[in-house]
Design a protein. Structure first.
Length: 115
């Protein structure tokens, strides 16, 4: 299974971006899809998670600003990021866990928020 992430870039504080992650497998085989981020010098942390039943979880730091969604037709997951802050600057990774409990990562996309 391959995950192709895109949508990162440079944005001013208060702006918005949408990250996309398209997978090479069918949506029916995807149990969980998530977005993680890795800030410079820190461990990778989970930002948002969505299950096959559309149950979502967000990190406290992004609640009310970020929205995760999935498109089962395109086998994709999205992260809509609003009210971006400089501390959101990180490399964002998409993650997928299949019903066989195999785990896969995308290549990462850089989000830079300028103050």
């Amino acid at each position: 299974v391959q995950l192709q992430a895109s949508g990162g870039g440079l944005v001013q504080a208060g702006g918005s971006l949408r990250l996309s992650c398209v997978t090479s497998t069918s949506a029916a085989s995807l149990l969980v899809m998530s977005w993680f981020r890795q800030l410079p010098g820190k461990q990778r942390e989970r930002v948002a998670r969505i299950t096959s039943r559309n149950t979502v979880i967000y990190a406290d730091s992004v609640k009310g600003r970020f929205t995760i969604s999935r498109d089962n037709v395109k086998s994709a997951v999205y992260l809509h990021m609003n009210s971006l802050k400089p501390e959101d600057t990180a490399v964002y990774y998409c993650y997928a866990q299949t019903i066989q409990l195999n785990e896969y990562w995308g290549q990462g996309t850089l989000v830079t928020v300028s103050s």
